[in-house]
Design a protein around this ligand. Sequence first.
Ligand code: PLP
Length: 452
Amino acid sequence: MRHIPAVHRFTTDPAIATYAPLLGPGAVKAHVQAELERAREGFNPEAGFDALRAAVLERLSRAAAASLTGVINGSGVLLHTNFGRAPLSARALDAVRSLGAGYTNLEFDLESGERGNRYERVSSLLCELSGARAALIVNNCAAAVLLVLDTFARGREVVVSRGELIEIGGGFRLPDVLAKSGATLVEVGTTNKTYARDYRNAWNANTALFMRTHPSNFRMSGFTAAVPSSALTALARELEVMSFEDLGSGALLDMTAFGLPAEPTLAQEIAAGFDLVTVSGDKLLGGPQCGIIAGRADLIATLTRNPLLRALRVDKMTLAALHATLGAYADGNPQELPLYAMLAVSQATLLERARRICAAILERAPFVSVGAVETFATTGGGTLPDTQIPSAAVAARARDGAEALAARLRRARPPVIGRIEDDRVVVDLRTVAESELPALIDALVGALTHSV
Ligand SMILES: *Cc1c(COP(=O)(O)O)cnc(C)c1O
């Protein structure tokens, strides 16, 4: 029988050992043993150490790709749902680490020694930032919309403009959510034009609410008309129906300060008179996945009595991360949030970074094809469609084509995800942190020289 190398020769191999932090040393050893078992059973009779090592690395690479892992997002999409949307700030991560590690006063009032309110602290910060009288946090914005409709519109009518009957993504379609909550959808207006009289004509004694959906992920242009927020809420008050806006993208700041198009903020929509507004926590707000419902105190109190809230409840880590995220706004320092830090970097700085990366790659691999290029990043995540943010990228070309190169980059550790353009892989630096650049260079050198 052929000599099969010992397990420890593999587990101490530097390339194999790099998988231990991600997969755990026990799992790495199990993969080595499984591959050696195959060799022993004669599946791989010619294999020496090098061939077995390559087979083990292939196995580990597949296992790593299947695990939940950090990636270098070179897509240039700042809020990519597939990549987990907004990265969290250091302050949010610290809060999660310290509050997640032990017990907390999550639902305990330290003054009275009695049961406290889980949502209280973060709600008061939200009210301060938005002008709302009360707020509630649930799992995501889709859950927020469902809770509002289930509480106030079950068995009644909800009036929505035809131009706002949107699909958000991931199969979240407004008409379906309305149906699920037991409300009846009353469409008014036409696809491109809806007037205040359309809402008025649709009104009857069974109307629960006038609902507006912010078309976060598409734009209507040309021959269009919509009712301004303040006119819609005034009409709702006159007819004594509730007004509710699903704002979605959830900006707390004037986006034009970051070179982006104007986007209605939560404070503006509350000021425009909506009784309730829902937003997402991990879009333009730049925090953890959650949904925020802000507005009238009596309506928020009614929402808290809906048993459905129990099923949509967020945990201490989400609340800790959201509170810390909102703290950046309260302190007037939004650039503490990675989203706004990434938006604030100039294109010139990114181009300079791209050139430095290319120089570093060519120093190690003189014959590969890489170059610094100007490009455009986007916000993504169902926000600000058609917005092009000037950016810079590293464009790489491989002899075996862009698809093969992109696949090798996805197998790097950490995986690198780029866009394919003109048979090149383009890694947009707008969404890559400075701390990730050494790993990005390693991955590009490896993928371009096929040694990943
Ligand atoms: C994104 C979005 C949602 C869904 O938000 P999630 O937090 O992803 O559930 C709902 N409504 C609007 C208008 C959105 O843009």
